[in-house]
Design a protein around this ligand. Structure first.
Ligand code: GLU
Length: 501
């Protein structure tokens, strides 16, 4: 690697950042850190028609949540700034002019209407209209009118665009880090618009100029940009600049069926395709991983494995480990299937790694939202204990309530099937049990197990005791349960069951 590594994430703020975009940002981040390089972020907002308010803030917030913020960007370490293309507007004209001077570009005056007519005529004959070498000299361009006439039309305020003059009859042999050697025939390319008379460059010109000025060493981006590679390569050539290396990441595919993962797949199957919640124009919310209860570490981990692995079976990687192991050469060409169920598994794994204290803290919030906090004086210590006992069955903190509600609310109904275990002699046995329980002064799981388990087994009342305490035949170890409920509450629940069953 000859140049210092400088890679970028270059999103257009046209809506919430899709999870595929986040994966692109992550791979750039990992590559930069691995090579002690710089990961910067440039906002590509030259298409003002597609501007969506809040989208830029959303991008920064999402990356921050995931712990993969850029080290140079808008408002932060603007070494090559500005980092927002709309603020670099004044820069691009000279480069468009340079291409015209060198014969790599030309002015085109075709109106939208006339282009539409061409399109329709072609369609009528079953053909597609492509603006390129085969017709550019029959269209309204500076290639066929004199320089003086061109200047006159521009000066009179006529709308124009500057198009790239793609070379004819060339085969381009290009290289992609992930895909290897790729051939492109220039005759199949269209002459893309680079600049418009409203003073705005298009994506292609701004992207290349900025990648050059910001000294980008590698362009790592989604596969959907692969068709732009020949044009970008030719632009570098036209300017006489060193091109960066290119790596096009594989598509992220639907969980079932073919094609690219879309927001609709998420809506249909009930999983987020965005990192954070996003409020749509119609007021509806598109759900995000953060608000759905995912840990950022889990999201980073599952995204890293969409198109990459380290060559072993290892699936759990911390961000630091990813930085150490990430290798662009190990990124696959083939699309990566998105597996929402597996993503839950990742969250489950990361949930187990959290401390019981911090999980209890999160659970407390849920309890207070349910106005539960005072219902059954649960001390922090008990809450931590509860969490430690139930977490292995949870994927999310939000699962805790269903797994632990019986600690906080005494049963008001009893599971019908389980009630079948309640026999004629059960009330008397339960009363006898209460007498035994009253005698136990060290009301903890091991003492309880030692002192009453044999009796419970002998009388076959383990299930009915559980029924008294939980209202159903579910829940954690019976003796742990009694310890957490405490003597008073345990006895109260048994008495209540005896009364109502
Ligand atoms: N602005 C482009 C996008 O929205 C950037 C593509 C590239 O990385 O070149 O993804």
């Amino acid at each position: 690697m000859s140049r210092p590594v400088r890679v970028r994430f270059a999103p257009s703020p046209t809506g919430p950042l899709h999870i595929g975009g986040v994966r692109t940002a992550l791979f750039n981040y990992l590559f930069a850190k691995k090579h002690n390089g710089v990961f910067y972020l440039r906002i590509e907002d030259t298409d003002q028609n597609r501007f969506v308010s809040g989208a830029e803030e959303y991008i920064f917030e999402a990356l921050e949540w995931l712990g993969i913020s850029p080290s140079e960007t808008v408002g932060n370490n603007e070494k090559f700034g500005p980092y927002r293309q709309s603020e670099r507007k004044h820069l691009y004209k000279q480069y468009a002019d340079e291409l015209i001077e060198k014969g790599w570009a030309y002015y085109a005056f075709d109106t939208a209407e006339s282009l539409e007519n061409h399109r329709k005529q072609h369609e009528a004959q079953g053909k597609t209209f492509i603006y390129n070498w085969h017709n550019r000299e029959k269209l309204d361009t500076s290639l066929v009118i004199s320089t003086a006439e061109t200047q006159k039309r521009i000066a009179s305020g006529e709308n124009y665009v500057i198009r790239f003059k793609t070379p004819v009859n060339e085969t381009l042999h290009l290289h992609d880090v992930i895909r290897g050697d790729i051939k492109f025939e220039t005759n199949l390319l269209d002459d893309k618009v680079l600049y418009k008379s409203d003073g705005m460059p298009t994506y292609h010109l701004a992207n290349i100029v900025d990648d050059h000025l910001m000294e980008t060493s590698h362009v790592i981006r989604g596969e959907e940009w692969l068709p732009s590679l020949p044009l970008h390569h030719l632009l570098y050539k036209a300017f006489g600049w060193n091109a960066p290396e290119f790596a096009h990441l594989p598509l992220i595919l639907k969980p079932i069926g073919n094609g690219k993962l879309s927001k609709r797949d998420g809506d249909k199957m009930g999983f987020p395709v965005f990192p954070l919640n996003w409020k749509n124009e119609d007021g509806t919310i598109s759900s995000g991983y953060r608000e759905s209860g995912y840990f950022p570490e889990a999201v980073v981990n599952f995204l890293a494995l969409l198109g990459w692995n380290d060559g072993t079976d290892q699936e759990l990687f911390s961000l630091e480990e990813l930085v150490e192991k990430f290798d662009l050469n190990r990124v696959h060409k083939a699309g990566a299937k998105f597996d929402p169920e597996k993503n839950k598994w990742f969250n489950h794994q990361y949930l187990q790694k959290q401390s019981d204290e911090s999980l209890a803290e999160n659970f407390k919030q849920i309890l207070s939202e349910k106005n539960i906090s005072t219902a059954l004086s649960v001390t922090d210590e008990k809450l931590i204990k509860i969490v430690s006992l139930i977490k292995e069955r949870a994927n999310f903190v939000s699962d805790f309530w269903d797994l632990a509600d019986y600690f906080f609310e005494a049963p008001t109904t009893y599971d019908e099937k389980a009630v079948k275990n309640w026999k004629e002699e059960t009330p008397n046995l339960m009363k006898a049990l209460i007498v035994e329980l009253e005698k136990i002064s060290d009301f903890n799981a091991s003492a309880l197990e030692e002192k009453i388990k044999p009796w419970l087994l002998e009388n076959k009342v383990m299930p009915v005791l559980r029924l008294c305490l939980v209202g159903a035949l579910k829940g954690i170890d019976l003796f742990q349960l009694m310890e957490i409920l405490g003597k008073e509450e345990t006895i109260k629940r048994i008495e209540k069951a005896v009364e109502s069953l």
